[in-house]
Design a binder for this molecule. Structure first.
Ligand code: ADP
Ligand code: MG
Length: 250
């Protein structure tokens, strides 16, 4: 018997399989995350982490199974601005003529209607989000001229300004400076305390227990889901990563 759908889950995947041609990226994934939780997603490269995020965003359509985001279909949830996304690779053109504040303001577009004319409340939301990610002093800088970590923080600010209930962060700590890492970690905790649901993929296994309330170990399927300390037990990691990584972790 499959678990019954939980009515109040922020996020629920039931028996989700995603293929790219011949490649099976996700297979029979069951996952339910309660509101206000921080869930870390861990798995080797190619294990399906980014596909999981894209599926929740409705950017990738499953071959089978069902996905509910705040009890809605993914595209409906995205169009209502309920879910914010910090992609792994933002593909920002270095010359793209938008400022940091412009990027954060994009999080407000869903509320503006066709005119896309920001009102005082929109400017206030952008200023507050920039303050929370500690980018106020770089608000007018072109987005392409930020460091990797600053750019991640700008996209996190976009999600905050959007007022999304659910935030997906795909490897926000990869290649970022210590300050950005600390700022993002602190913010995720604050946002969860505000009742938002956070799903964050990371390769930093040591940081996971402090960062997350629960963890998912992914290898096309969900190998384990629960308390980070249980999920990160050596025999689980061996299954997910292979013994060579286990040796490194000591
Ligand atoms: P992760 O984020 O954990 O590295 P991905 O979700 O990016 O994993 O990839 C899962 C699998 O799907 C990998 O085998 C990858 O090569 C494949 N894949 C991802 N995106 C595409 C795509 N657009 N077309 C074909 N295969 C893809
Ligand atoms: Mg990825």
């Amino acid at each position: 018997m499959e678990p019954a759908p939980s009515r109040d889950a922020a996020l629920e995947l039931r028996d989700v399989t995603v293929r790219y041609g011949d490649v099976v990226a996700l297979e029979g994934v069951h996952l339910s995350i309660a509101p206000g939780r921080i869930c870390g997603v861990v798995g080797m490269n190619g294990s399906g982490k980014s596909t999981l995020f894209k599926t929740v965003m409705g950017l990738v359509t499953p071959d089978s199974g069902s996905v509910a985001v705040a009890s809605l279909a993914p595209t409906a949830a995205r169009k209502r601005g309920l879910v914010g996304y910090v992609p792994q690779n933002e593909d920002v053109d270095g010359q793209f003529p938008v400022s940091v504040a412009d990027v954060v303001m994009m999080g407000r577009y869903g509320r503006m209607g066709f005119s896309r004319r920001p009102r005082a409340a929109d400017h206030a939301a952008v200023a507050e989000a920039l303050d929370r990610v500690e980018l106020t002093e770089l608000a007018d800088r072109q987005i392409g001229r930020l460091s990797g970590g600053q750019r991640k923080r700008a996209f996190v600010a976009r999600g905050i300004a959007q007022g999304a209930d659910i935030l997906l962060l795909d490897e926000p700590f990869a290649g970022v400076d210590k300050r950005s890492e600390a700022t993002i970690s602190r913010l995720l905790r604050e946002l969860a305390e505000d009742g938002r649901t956070i799903v964050v993929s990371t390769h930093d296994l040591r940081a996971l227990p402090a960062l997350c309330d629960e963890a998912v170990l992914l290898l096309r399927r969900v190998l384990a889901h629960g308390d980070p300390r249980d999920v990160l037990r050596p025999e689980q990691l061996a299954r997910a990563f292979g013994l060579d990584v286990l040796a490194e972790e000591g």
